[in-house]
Design a protein around this ligand. Structure first.
Ligand code: 13P
Ligand code: SF4
Length: 405
């Protein structure tokens, strides 16, 4: 069944859910001028007033002119979760790791304009060549999950575990984390993982230690541990909000038995998905394939047919047979795009309220326009630079990940 567009009328929760099922997310999030967007609240300081009211056609034309002037000196990268109005300018779209790696291979590109969030641009800078500069069009585009692992909290927890005599710990950080935490892992015999290689990375860590301290996403950590047959009671959660001395809310024996110590972080976008939504999708479309991101909670991942990274989800659906049906548990911009690009399949988002990632959304096309026009005029704005010492150690942790077969 191909995608059709219906508007949702609020009647009951079940009706909303059902209507959403029939409305396979081809609601593009159309760009309004910056001044009219909610995102204006998160505006990029220093952007001249002349940009505030640019319309979509004006932005498109101005970006085109600036990019023509810059030629191969500039590349624009778009993460899967970016709105369509950004993706249209991207030379490559993909997950955070694919984008960072690809950018570093584009030797002619002096400027890498990264349309994604802060930790992604940092990783691109860490992996970039010395002559390349990474630009993040809006410096306030962060990741709320990454922010849940404040480096000072992680260092304090590490010390607390050591002082309590809990040994054999290998620190593993999710790609969605600050560069300083990647560096911390590099310095302490640890490693980085993405949602596509978490299982292999955990195996790597267990060859080197008894247990893993995983941050920031407890759900990816738990889902990965379960795939390795680690019991739930061997995966305590470390509550970083508790004071030093509280052992993150755990008894010492629990930590001594632990295989994976899970940081109490989460992604609010992926926590919206529920088992009820999966059941409603199956009632409505018997035999439908349910595919979710491993940042979803354990019950949701277990109820789904498949789980995997953004890249895995995109590839699986694109390569699926015509007429297949897909209920998807990940960010709406990616799901909408998959629905549009696969008109011979039914693709819709499990969540009827379809909440976009609000920080990804902070990359408004106007900011991109300002960034490339500035570059074309010889001014580098929003240059994101990780300091050399942090980058050196973070690169070690990233390279360890790359070497994992
Ligand atoms: P990827 O690393 O797969 O791009 O995922 C990033 C992300 O933020 C998922 O929520
Ligand atoms: Fe961060 Fe979640 Fe947004 Fe991904 S979807 S960038 S984890 S807040």
């Amino acid at each position: 069944m191909a995608a059709n567009a219906k508007t949702i009328t609020l009647i009951s929760e079940e009706d909303v859910l059902n209507e959403a099922m029939e409305c396979p997310t081809d609601r593009a999030l159309d760009t309004k001028p910056l001044a009219e967007e909610h995102a204006f609240a998160f505006w990029q300081k220093d952007i001249p007033e002349e940009y505030w009211h640019l319309t979509a056609p004006e932005i498109i034309e101005r970006v085109r002119v600036a990019r023509e002037k810059l030629g191969k000196r500039c590349i624009v990268l778009g993460h899967h979760y970016q709105r369509e109005d950004i993706i249209q300018f991207a030379d490559l779209r993909g997950d955070s790791f694919k984008l960072a790696r690809w950018a570093s291979q584009q030797a002619e590109a002096q400027y890498i304009v990264f349309c994604g969030v802060h930790f992604m641009a940092e990783s691109a800078d860490i992996l970039s060549q010395p002559h390349q500069k990474v630009i993040l069009p809006n410096m306030s585009a962060g990741c709320s999950m990454a922010d849940m692992a404040d480096p000072e909290d992680v260092y304090a927890s590490w010390d607390e575990l050591r002082d309590a005599g809990v040994g054999g710990i290998v620190p593993v950080t999710y790609m969605n984390s600050a560069a300083s935490l990647k560096a911390f892992c590099g310095k302490n015999g640890g490693i980085v993982c993405t949602s596509s290689n978490a299982r292999k990375v955990f195996e790597w860590a267990f060859e080197r230690g008894e247990r893993v301290l995983f941050f920031p996403d407890q759900h990816l950590g738990r889902n990965t541990g379960l795939k390795l047959d680690i019991a739930l009671d061997e995966m305590p959660v470390w509550d970083y909000t508790l004071p030093y001395g509280s052992l993150g809310g755990n008894a010492l024996e629990q930590l001594e038995r632990a295989r994976v110590i899970l940081w109490k972080g989460h992604c609010s976008v992926h926590l919206r998905f529920s088992v009820d939504q999966i059941e409603a999708a199956r009632r409505r479309h018997p035999g439908i394939n349910v595919i979710v991101h491993p940042e979803c909670r354990m019950e949701v991942v277990q109820a789904a047919d498949m789980d995997g990274s953004t890249e895995f989800i995109a590839r699986t659906i694109s390569e699926a047979p015509a007429d297949s049906e897909w209920a998807v548990g990940t960010e709406i911009n990616l799901v909408s795009r998959l629905a549009r690009e696969n008109p011979d399949k039914l693709v819709f988002c499990l969540d009827p309220v379809v909440c976009p990632c609000s920080t990804m959304y902070r990359i408004h096309p106007t900011y991109l326009c300002w960034a490339v026009e500035s570059l074309a005029e010889g001014r580098v704005v929003n240059h994101l630079k990780v300091d050399d010492e942090t980058a050196r150690w973070a690169r070690i942790a990233l390279e360890r990940m790359l070497a994992v077969p």
